[in-house]
Design a protein around this ligand. Structure first.
Ligand SMILES: Cc1ncc(COP(=O)(O)O)c(C=O)c1O
Length: 452
């Protein structure tokens, strides 16, 4: 385990415990009321009633606190409730403009310009959630493809290429684009509209020929494809894309006039030690999907468009959404984007990511028989517990997560990989000492549940 070092870094100023949140109900009342008025499917997280959160910590009403290894599911990258973001939200609310639909506003103009300046992409299409941005990218790609192929035979429908193991959200289109069959078994299968091919995992041989072979099977060809959509690392398994395969994919898309879409809804805004993870592989997509860390808080997402020609064929109004460009969300995004402007958060994320990787490697080296690193990339990592035969052991992983929560560390166990992976995703502004503290809790929890 990395040595404790008290040097503070770029995280929020040493947070004093924030005052209690609004409402006087007891935690027991909250849990019972949610149980009664929501379906059981909504209750998959630890029964910790969040009252407030600041920097890398979450607090309950009684003053208990947890170091947050969830970042509110990869959202609070720059830390929970940054003062800059809170102030911007408050100021915008005080100004009295809470909603504006698609009418022009100053804050909207400032944010789309800031997004282009930060990312180098020409345009932004704003939405509210990640899944909505995915749906928007599917529509833009489809319009682009249809317009490029006016001679296409009538009745021939566009095909979307995605990857096995992918996760793109839970709305119908996003779920069909996803490559996790078990998550799609509720959905009507739109035969041959979504073709999923093996993911080009780092270090494994892969060629775009797998796409062409899959297309041949359904009597289609590259000319039918609207876009290839993928992640730089798959959130479901933390497998990373192979850089050479990504370059081959880029070349294939360019050759056939197919848009390359990288879904960086999870991997953007410093998570991997780069502003966007695609920078690690040097392959630039045509459309880049951003959400979660974009505002670090309120719901806002964006399709970043590499070239205006990709959107000029979209019909007027076709990409609208009632709450896209909500002024309060935009104010949060503007303040958050400003935090990322000088690159210091991202640079620090890369250093903290190394500390995380080293700490986890030490943890595994201590007792290699019960522990396995699934993958690390900057400030995202996955580890799993294993049984005597080295197989993934979801029971131990769940016990580990529960023990961590008891000891003051929030960590998620996603349903993928048989529920055996502990997914580690601290705010990227977590300080060196906070990360060392969290790693020490993790190690103590493993000892307590007698892992390995
Ligand atoms: C890679 C990726 N794409 C899309 C989504 C969907 O985003 P949202 O939950 O905001 O709809 C997620 C959410 O976890 C994601 O990780």
């Amino acid at each position: 385990m990395a040595a404790l070092n008290s040097a503070e870094t770029i995280g929020p100023a040493k947070a004093s415990v924030p005052p209690a949140g609004i409402g006087t109900e007891s935690d027991a009342w909250v849990l019972e009321t949610l149980r009664r008025y929501e379906p059981a499917t909504m209750h998959t997280q630890h029964p910790v009633v969040w009252d407030r959160a600041s920097g890398s910590r979450v607090y309950d009403r009684d003053g208990r606190s947890w170091l947050d290894w969830t970042s509110g599911i990869l959202t609070a990258n720059a830390g929970h409730a940054r003062a800059e973001v809170v102030d911007a939200i408050t100021e915008q609310a005080r100004q009295g403009l809470l909603h504006a639909y698609m009418f022009p506003t100053r804050v909207r103009a400032r944010v789309v310009r800031a997004l282009s300046e930060l990312s180098g992409f020409a345009q932004s299409v704003l939405y509210t959630t990640g899944a909505e941005a995915v749906e928007g990218a599917l529509k833009i790609s489809s319009r682009h493809a249809i317009a490029r192929r006016p001679a296409q035979q009538p009745g021939r429908r566009p095909v979307v290429i995605t990857f096995e193991g992918a996760f793109h959200g839970r709305t119908l289109g996003a779920q069909l684009a996803g490559g996790l069959a078990a998550q799609r078994d509720w959905a009507p299968e739109l035969d041959e509209a979504f073709v999923r091919v093996p993911f080009p995992t780092r270090g494994e041989a892969w060629s775009p020929e797998v796409i062409e072979a899959a297309l041949r099977e359904i009597g289609a060809g590259p000319e039918d494809v609207t876009c290839v959509m993928g992640e730089i690392y798959q959130g479901s398994t933390l497998r990373q894309i192979d850089p050479a395969a990504a370059r081959a994919l880029r070349e294939w898309c360019t050759r056939h006039g197919v848009l390359l879409v990288f879904d960086e809804i999870q991997s953007g805004f410093g998570r991997t030690g780069a502003l966007f993870a695609y920078e690690h592989i040097g392959v630039r997509p045509d459309l880049l999907l951003a959400a979660k860390g974009l505002s670090g808080s309120l719901p806002i997402s964006a399709v970043l468009v590499g070239d205006p020609s990709f959107t000029e064929v979209v019909r007027p109004g076709e990409l609208t959404s009632t709450h896209s460009g909500n002024p309060i969300s935009l104010a949060a995004a503007e303040a958050n984007l400003a935090l990322f402007a000088d690159g210091r958060i991202v640079a620090e994320a890369a250093r903290r990511g190394q500390q995380l990787a080293d700490g986890l490697a030490d943890w595994v080296a201590g007792k290699p028989q019960g522990r396995r690193i699934i993958g690390t990339m900057g400030m995202i990592a996955g580890v799993a517990c294993t049984d005597d035969r080295g197989s993934l052991d979801p029971v131990s992983s769940r016990r580990m997560a529960a023990e961590c929560v008891e000891r003051g560390l929030l960590v998620c166990v996603p349903s993928t990989l048989g529920g055996a992976m502990l997914k580690i995703m601290p705010p990227v502004t977590t300080s060196e000492s906070e990360l060392a503290e969290a790693l020490a809790i993790f190690e103590a929890a493993a000892d307590a549940v007698q892992l390995g």
